[in-house]
Design a protein around this ligand. Sequence first.
Ligand code: ADP
Ligand code: MG
Length: 240
Amino acid sequence: MIVFDNVNKYFGDFQVLKNINLTIKKGEVVVIIGPSGSGKSTMLRCINRLETVSEGTLTVNGIAVNDKKTDINKVRREIGMVFQHFHLYPHKTVLQNITLAQVKVLGKSEEEAKKTALYYLDKVGIPDKAGSFPSQLSGGQQQRVAIARGLAMNPEIMLFDEPTSALDPEMIGEVLDVMKNLAKEGMTMVVVTHEMGFAREVADRIVFIDQGQILEEAVPEEFYANPKEERARLFLSRIL
Ligand code: ADP
Ligand code: MG
């Protein structure tokens, strides 16, 4: 479903992604970990062309996202993204946050969009927050709204960029639970996170990236118990 084929990415002279090769199949959950500044966010952002690939090809469902002829909006409709800092519209209610793109991008009626929004709010466990503003919610609740907003677009792929790292510890679990359920339902997910419990429970693979290079790719049990790369070992010893 997502294929990185010899992908390089530069910011000016600085090479941020080095020869990335990675294939993610439908229904897979891939967790990306690595030190700060190693290129994790850039990797995710290349998938929906929030960043452009400099060399190589990156395909989503067989469509080259970095091809000039590609209608990127069509690709983006299949991809939901959740960020560390939620990115909700502060002056819109929770319901409006979730219906906006459904109406504008998918062309749904307000009523239809509202129905879908309420369905996903229920699914992420906050059916009673439809009329609230983001500032009236806890961080964990805001992140669950962001997830509901992504799901309401009915995407095939969900990207998560450190979705719990801005949250107070007691709220991390509620967001991870929503993500675990999503994984169990078969959503294709690429998740940047250092949450080992989550990774062990739901990831099919762990990808360790350092200085723009994939150094190791392994199933979670193998990776956490016995990382092959010295840099991965060092990294784990620092975060665990
Ligand atoms: P990570 O998510 O692993 O912390 P990023 O992908 O955000 O890493 O960044 C990787 C490297 O690229 C960092 O050195 C960062 O400073 C640099 N970088 C990220 N975005 C830009 C940008 N828009 N322009 C220049 N450098 C960038
Ligand atoms: Mg990042």
